[in-house]
Design a protein around this ligand. Structure first.
Ligand code: IMP
Ligand code: MG
Length: 185
C-alpha cells in the first residue's frame, strides 16, 4: 500500500504539530464559552482529524456526526454534495464548530452549514485540515485551516480514494496510474 503513494504532501510530524497548534487556536477562540461547544464532524474523511483534534482540546464539548457524499467510487471529481444522514445533539443557541477533512469546491461545507443553520445555533465556525486554496470559494468563511495545498487529489489521514488509504498517517498523492481515467460520465 505504501508503494502506491508517489509523494508525501504533509508528513506525520507536520500534521501532529499543526493539529496541536490548531487546537490551541480553537481553545483560545472559545475560551469564554462555559456551557461547551458542539463539534459537528463530516464523515467519513474527518474521522482521523477529529480524533486527534479533540484529544488536544481541553474544553467542554459535544460531538455530532453528519454524513455527506460527494465522490462516488473511483472518481476524483465531486458530483455535487448530497446530505445522507445526521446524528445531531441539540444545536439551539449553541456555538457550533464544523470539523471537516478538506475544503475543495466548498459544496459539502455549504450544504452542512445550511442544514445546521436550521437548528438555530448561536454561531457556526469551521475547521478544516486541508484547503485547496485556488478552488476554495471566497464567500465561504473557514476560521481554522491546517494546511493550504495545491489543487491535486490527495489521500491519507482520513482521506480516501475509492474507500482506500484512510489509514495512512500522512497525506500524499497516489501514482497517477492508480487513478481511474475520468471519461465515464
Ligand atoms: P467539496 O464539497 O468539493 O469541498 O469537497 C469536500 C469533500 O470531498 C471532502 O470532505 C472530501 O471528503 C472530498 N475530497 C475533496 N478533495 C479531496 C481529495 O483531494 N482527496 C480525497 N477526498 C477529497
Ligand atoms: Mg471522501
Amino acid at each position: 500500500m505504501l508503494d502506491d503513494v508517489v509523494r508525501v504532501v504533509v508528513s506525520e510530524r507536520q500534521i501532529e504539530a499543526r493539529v496541536a497548534a490548531m487546537a490551541d487556536e480553537i481553545a483560545f477562540f472559545y475560551a469564554d464559552n462555559q456551557e461547551g461547544i458542539t463539534i459537528i464532524t463530516i464523515l467519513t474523511g474527518s474521522l482521523v482529524f477529529l480524533a486527534d483534534l479533540i484529544r488536544r482540546l481541553p474544553i467542554r464539548m459535544r460531538v455530532g456526526l453528519v454524513t455527506v457524499s460527494s465522490y462516488a467510487g473511483k472518481t476524483t471529481e465531486s458530483c455535487g454534495a448530497l446530505f445522507e444522514s445526521a446524528i445531531l445533539p441539540d444545536l439551539c443557541n449553541r456555538d457550533v464548530l464544523i470539523v471537516d477533512d478538506i475544503l475543495d469546491t466548498g459544496g459539502t461545507l455549504r450544504l452542512v452549514r445550511d442544514r445546521l443553520q436550521t437548528g438555530s445555533p448561536r454561531s457556526i465556525r469551521t475547521a478544516v485540515m486541508l484547503r485547496k486554496k485556488e478552488k476554495a470559494p471566497a464567500d465561504l468563511p473557514v476560521e481554522f485551516v491546517g494546511f493550504d495545498i495545491e489543487d491535486e487529489f490527495v489521500v491519507g489521514y482520513g482521506l480516501d480514494y475509492d474507500g482506500l488509504y484512510r489509514n495512512l498517517p500522512y497525506i500524499g498523492v497516489l501514482k497517477s496510474e492508480l487513478y481511474a481515467t475520468e471519461s465515464m460520465t
